[in-house]
Design a protein around this ligand. Sequence first.
Ligand SMILES: [Ca+2]
Length: 445
Amino acid sequence: MIISRLMQRVTLLTCLAVTLTPPANLTAQAEIAGVALENHASGFVSPVMLIQWPGTKRGNLVVDQVGLAYLINAKGQRQEAPYLDVRSKTVKLNEGFDERGLLSMAFHPNFAQNRKVYAVYSAPLRSSAASDWDHTMRLVEFTAATTNALSLDLSTEKILLEIDKPWGNHNSGCIAFGGDGFLYYSVGDGGNMNGQGRGHSPQGNSQDPSHLLGKMLRIDVNTPTGYGIPKDNPFAKGGGRPEIFAMGLRNTWRFSVDRGGSRQVIGADVGQDSYEEVNVIENGANYGWNIREGFVGFNPNDPLKHPADAPTKASDGKPFHDPLLVYKNFKAFPKDADSGGISITGGYVYRGAALPQLQGKYVFGDWSRQWVKPDGAVYIASPGAAGQPWNRELLKPSTHPTGSLGGFITAFGEDGDGEVYVLTNGSTGLVGKTGIVWKLVPSKL
Ligand SMILES: [Ca+2]
């Protein structure tokens, strides 16, 4: 096994197009032990985000995909009345499986002064869109009545950006503020599969700078109108949509901003059938989709065969950025022990205090290692030697010794202390109340 991994590493290295730059403070360690998962809060349908609620020192906000967001206290106790309810504003969601809904929220870094809260949700298709498209993704701003108000008034909603979606899948829709004070917003490639079909550019939306689909956007909300373009966005002066910060992404469903180190933006890009990947998202970078997948080439007409002669440079001549970490997908590699799952779920670099063994490591996971059973797994990533991909280790919590969480991992969360949470849905759909917020805590001896 070790030899085969080394061989794989050597093979991967020959494909590296750009020097990898691990975040500062990251150090390789031996196997992770002493971590337990505590059922912190439950009764959600499909929790997709947990962030600190700045209204109190230790409260959190949990976003439920069905169109609701709840406040919970430090003990995980939930306020029954929702903080936000946009169910009347979203498309009608499918109970069996749906990637649409209320997808994320963010508090303005200066919430204490301006009380601004942001959200992304899937609204019905607007009239200006092509009639055979699916829905319109909305980025909106709310203003809380007071910093500790227990709910948001829908009448304060201001629409900042609408993006029409040709398909119901690959929405991304994750937002977070960067260390630079700008709002980052991941947008999926449009949907369907292989970056092809209705609503896709001939070269793939992710490679088309005239589309917002398949990108990481960056917006300056600190302007008089509440919507502006940072001066150093790559197309701020022309050549593409000015909101674009990075391109070549397929579906960066969840990303996070490291609260420590150099405040890196780290995104997990869901792959097609073969490879799942983690990327450090940098200004002007192109992550290769749908010309590349993971460290190898991608052929949209033959997605399981990865061409050895695929371009390593984008059409503008700049090299594609390689991921920091790649693992195999069970869909293409069902019998490979190295396969990590079927859909990566981005997490957080751990900067908390309770689990020093995780300090500076990237905690993430995979939605599930199979379709039929809830079999999500948590992984811990730490860098290898300089210039090499990060290592991935299966976390085996003392409470879940096989590493299976018995749920589909929808997202991770981070509280005001830097402690990390795992969010699961007991089903693949938007039914029942099997959504659980787990907190990573030290094992009891
Ligand atoms: Ca890529």
